[in-house]
Design a protein around this ligand. Structure first.
Ligand SMILES: *Cc1c(COP(=O)(O)O)cnc(C)c1O
Length: 482
C-alpha cells in the first residue's frame, strides 16, 4: 500500500512540476511573451484605433481547456487574432472616445514582478511592506486632495467599486437603517456616472429617493436648485443623505462647483461625495487647481489612476475623510485571522474594502510614479488639457457648433448642416469616423441633441493625432455632404 502510494505521489509530482518551468524554459517563454509585447508597441502608432469585427472570434471556441498542453506561439497567435486585432484599441493614440485608457509600459513591469512574488497585500501581518507601500500611495493621493492624516482609503479595481465602497461607508456612517431607506434622499445630476446608480442599488438603497438636480449651462449641478430641493425635502420630513458631485463628468467633462456644494452639504448635514474618477489627478496641474476648490471638504472622493494617471485598467482609489468610518463599515474580525492583527499603526486593505485576497495593485502605481517622477505625468495632463482647447478652437473653424469650453479634457461638438437633420447627420459622421478606424470617438445625447465627444486621456495622444482627426472630420463632412 505505502509503496503504491509513494509511487503514485511521485508520478503526480512529475506532472505537477510542469507548473514550475525551469530557468531555460522560463527564458524561452519570456522571450516569446516579450516579443509579442514589443511587436504590439512597435505597431501601435500604425494600428487602427477601432476594428468593429475581424471574423476571427470563433478561434476561441476551437480552443478547449484540455489535459494536454498547447504551445505558447499558438496561444499568443489566438490572442492576437481574437483579442488584440478587434474592437477598440485602448492603447491607441487614436482612442478619443469614452474615457480613454492607456496603460503605461512601466506599470507592466510592476505587474510582472507583483505576479511573480505574489505578495499578499491584504493584511499588514502577511506583508507589512506591501501594505505600507499601498498605504503610502493612499496618503499621497489624500494629501493631493487636501485630506487630513486621519483619512483612509483603498486601492480598488476601478471607479465603480470605489463608488460602491464610498456609498456603503456613508450608509453606515449616517445610519441609514432599512426602516429609513424609503425616506432617504440621494442627490445627483444627469451627468452623474451610472455606476453611482448601480452602487446605490447594490448597497441596498434601491428604494431611496433619487433627485436629479438640474444642470447649469456648463452641465454642472445647479447649487441654487440643490439647496432648494434639500430644503423642500427636509420640510417634507425626508432625510437628505448623499450628494454625488462630479469632478469631471464622463459625458461632458464638467466639474461641479464643489465649494458651493460643500457649503450646502455642511449646512444640512448631508454626506458630500465627489466622483473624480475621470478628473481627479488633473489636480496635479497647477493652473487647473482652482477647479478643485472645495474638494478637501468632501466626505468621500473616488479617483481612477487607470484614467488620469494613465495606468493599465484595474486601478481605482476610494478615499474617506473620516478614516474610522471606512474601517467600521468594511472590517470584519474572522476567527481564523485572529493572529493577523498585532495592533500596528498601518491599517490593512482587507479592513477597508470588501476584498480579502487581492492583487498587489499598489506596485503598478508605485513603480512608475517613482521611476518617472511626477513631472512627466503633470506634463501629459496639461498637454491633454491644452490639446482639448486646441481642438475646441480648430473644430469651430471647420464650421462645427461646440459645447462649453472644456474644463479638463472632454469636449462636445456637432456639425449643423442646413440640408439635413443635425442629429442624423452627426450620427452618420461618427459612424463614418469609426468605420475609417484611425480614430475612435463616441457620442452623447443631451436633452435630445446628439453631440460628438472628444475625450483626450491616452498618454500617446499628441498634437499630430488631433490634427489627423481634424483632417478626417473635414474629409468625412465633404463625403457625407454630397
Ligand atoms: C469611469 C468613471 C467611473 C467608473 O469607473 P470604472 O473605473 O470604469 O469602474 C465612475 N465615474 C466617473 C466620473 C467615470 O469617469
Amino acid at each position: 500500500m505505502s509503496a503504491l502510494l509513494e509511487q503514485k505521489i511521485a508520478a503526480l509530482e512529475q506532472l505537477a512540476k510542469q507548473l514550475e518551468p525551469g530557468q531555460k524554459q522560463r527564458s524561452a517563454l519570456r522571450k516569446q511573451a516579450v516579443a509579442y509585447g514589443e511587436r504590439f508597441l512597435e505597431d501601435i502608432y500604425t494600428s487602427p484605433a477601432y476594428v468593429p469585427q475581424n471574423g476571427q472570434l470563433a478561434l476561441l471556441d476551437q480552443l478547449n481547456v484540455e489535459d494536454d498542453p498547447k504551445s505558447l506561439p499558438l496561444l499568443l497567435d489566438t490572442m492576437a487574432k481574437t483579442v488584440d486585432l478587434v474592437g477598440i484599441n485602448p492603447a491607441s493614440e487614436g482612442h478619443l472616445g469614452y474615457i480613454p485608457g492607456g496603460g503605461i509600459y512601466t506599470s507592466s513591469l510592476a505587474d510582472y514582478l507583483a505576479d511573480i512574488t505574489n505578495r499578499y497585500a491584504g493584511l499588514y501581518f502577511g506583508s507589512p511592506g506591501a501594505v505600507k507601500l499601498e498605504n503610502s500611495l493612499i496618503r499621497w493621493t489624500s494629501e493631493l486632495v487636501g485630506y487630513p492624516a486621519s483619512a483612509l482609503g483603498n486601492i480598488t479595481s476601478g471607479g465603480s467599486i470605489a463608488n460602491l465602497i464610498t456609498i456603503t461607508t456613508a450608509r453606515d456612517a449616517m445610519q441609514i437603517t432599512p426602516d429609513k431607506i424609503h425616506k432617504t434622499v440621494i442627490y445627483h445630476t444627469q451627468q452623474t456616472h451610472h455606476c453611482v446608480n448601480k452602487a446605490v442599488r447594490i448597497a441596498g438603497l434601491g428604494s431611496a429617493i433619487m433627485r436629479s438636480i438640474p444642470l447649469d449651462n456648463l452641465y454642472r449641478m445647479n447649487p441654487i436648485l440643490l439647496r432648494a430641493q434639500i430644503e423642500s425635502d427636509k420640510a417634507a420630513g425626508l432625510l437628505p443623505f448623499y450628494i454625488a458631485a462630479s469632478c469631471g463628468s464622463t459625458d461632458t467633462g464638467a466639474v461641479d462647483e464643489l465649494d458651493k456644494i460643500a457649503d450646502i452639504a455642511a449646512e444640512n448635514n448631508v454626506w458630500f461625495h465627489v466622483d473624480a474618477a475621470y478628473g481627479g489627478y488633473f489636480i496635479l496641474v497647477d493652473k487647473l487647481k482652482p477647479l478643485f476648490k472645495g474638494i478637501d471638504r468632501a466626505d468621500s472622493i473616488v479617483l481612477d489612476p487607470h484614467k488620469s494617471l494613465f495606468l493599465p485598467y484595474g486601478t481605482g482609489i476610494a478615499l474617506i475623510k473620516d478614516g474610522k468610518a471606512l474601517f467600521q463599515s468594511q472590517h470584519y474580525m474572522a476567527s481564523y485571522l485572529q493572529d493577523a492583527y498585532d495592533g500596528t499603526e498601518e491599517v490593512s486593505p482587507a479592513d477597508l474594502s470588501p476584498e480579502l485576497t487581492k492583487h498587489f495593485r499598489g506596485l503598478r502605481l508605485w513603480l512608475p510614479l517613482h521611476l518617472h517622477g511626477l513631472a512627466p505625468f503633470k506634463a501629459a495632463l496639461e498637454e491633454k488639457h491644452l490639446l482639448t482647447l486646441y481642438f475646441h478652437a480648430k473644430v469651430q473653424a471647420l464650421g462645427f457648433e461646440v459645447g462649453p469650453t472644456p474644463q479638463l479634457s472632454v469636449g462636445i461638438y456637432r456639425f449643423v448642416s442646413k440640408k439635413e437633420d443635425a442629429n442624423a447627420f452627426n450620427e452618420k459622421l461618427v459612424k463614418a469616423v469609426q468605420k475609417d478606424g484611425r480614430i475612435f470617438v463616441s457620442s452623447t445625447n443631451i436633452k435630445g441633441t446628439y453631440w460628438i465627444r472628444i475625450a483626450l486621456l491616452s498618454f500617446r495622444t499628441h498634437k499630430v493625432t488631433i490634427d489627423r482627426y481634424l483632417g478626417i472630420l473635414e474629409e468625412k463632412i465633404t463625403e457625407l455632404s454630397v
